[in-house]
Design a protein around this ligand. Structure first.
Ligand SMILES: *Cc1c(COP(=O)(O)O)cnc(C)c1O
Length: 359
């Protein structure tokens, strides 16, 4: 029997995507060869890849003056590539420290150049986000950096800063395509695909072409965004298997009604769980209610013993991945795009029953 998957990443994929990969694995669309065995130049890979990129543009309305492609190295490589390319001597980069992922990006940038930390919620253990209208951007700022959804902390920007003269760069690894985004407000959006968009191995990059004019032109090849943009991500061998999975995931999102439908689903699914958390003192959400994440729901029980019991018993019900990240403890349910509504209903029912027995 298939388990119910609430893992934070890599994470659940739609059955249709897994079945399509299985069916096409050995002989892709009658070509007599697997997608995993073929050249990434020309032929069936490139056709699939071009389809993938055009559905990508269509789903999230990427303007013409943006490049879009995939790289390897995870979202983590971008923590360094961004400052290597854009944090030039004599400029600053502004970072909002909002939790594990923004902080890692900030730490890498600090090794490379001059960083202004314009928000840091350390004293509240990273449970709040800044008021985006009050952020003070320093003079001579090369970019403003933020993480749209803190996967571990369970907080998500409901509103983004409005771009003025400072480019905005956002890590959207764990909530991309769960809601409409005005791509033109950002100069770069990127993320690992393994949370919300497919199997692990690829990082998507969406970048306004004009950003390339600002870049450090003296970088080694792989770190230079201009090379990747010029070759639409095929400068070197791309993560072929992951890209194939993402392509199928995009087709699935489109079939389901697009990003607008994912947005409604995310609202429906997350409110089923938050309604229970809000309904009694048995449950506790540690984060600012105004910014709690629809993708990663972090919650606590009255004791760590009960939390351990919750995890144990949920496993017996075939529910996986509900233990919180080791750095924050507690419990976490990740309800990404592919997580079926029925699995969230099952989790809600399990929570109510657990409260009845232990509350
Ligand atoms: C998982 C995650 C990362 C790191 O992704 P890798 O692909 O493992 O490098 C970065 N940012 C966010 C928001 C994440 O959820």
């Amino acid at each position: 029997m298939r388990k119910k998957n609430y893992f934070a990443g890599p994470s659940v994929l739609p059955m249709e995507v897994l079945q399509e990969m299985r069916d096409q694995l050995v002989d892709y669309e009658g070509n007599g060869i697997s997608m995993l065995e073929t050249s990434h130049r020309g032929g069936m890979f490139e056709k699939m890849y071009d389809d993938c990129l055009s559905t990508f543009r269509e789903l999230i309305h990427i303007p013409e003056d943006y490049d879009v492609y995939f790289l390897g190295g995870g979202a983590t490589l971008q923590f360094a590539m961004i400052p290597f390319n854009f944090l030039l001597p004599g400029t600053k980069a502004a970072y909002c420290k909002t939790g594990t992922w923004a902080n890692k990006a900030c730490n890498d940038a600090q090794k490379i150049g001059d960083v202004a930390v314009i928000f840091d919620d350390k004293e509240n253990n990273y449970t709040h986000l800044p008021d985006v209208d009050k952020l003070v951007i320093p003079e001579n700022c090369s970019y403003l950096y933020l993480c749209a959804n803190e996967t571990i902390g369970g907080i998500e920007y409901k509103k983004f800063p409005k771009r003025d003269k400072t480019p905005i760069i956002a890590d959207m690894s764990s909530d991309f395509m769960s809601r409409p985004v005005d791509v033109s407000n950002f100069d770069m959006i990127y993320g690992g695909v393994q949370k919300n968009l497919g199997p692990a191995g690829a990082t998507f990059i969406i970048m306004k072409k004009s950003m390339l004019d600002r870049r450090n032109k003296n970088l080694v090849a792989y770190l230079d965004y201009a090379l990747h943009a010029k070759e639409k991500g095929l400068y070197n061998t791309p993560p072929v298997a992951a890209i194939w999975g993402v392509k199928l995931m995009f087709d699935w999102i489109k079939k389901m009604g697009g990003v607008e439908a994912m947005d409604k689903r995310a609202e429906l699914k997350s409110s089923m769980i938050y309604n229970i958390i809000d309904s009694s003192d048995f449950w506790r959400s540690p984060v600012d209610p105004a910014v709690r994440s629809r993708m990663n729901i972090v919650f606590r029980l009255p004791s760590e013993e009960l939390e351990a019991k919750f995890v144990e018993e949920s496993k017996k019900e075939g529910m996986l991945g509900l233990k919180g990240h080791r750095s924050v403890g507690g419990l976490r349910a990740s309800l990404y795009n592919a997580c079926p509504v029925e699995d969230v209903e099952a989790l809600a029912a399990f929570m109510k029953e657990f409260e009845r027995k232990n509350g």
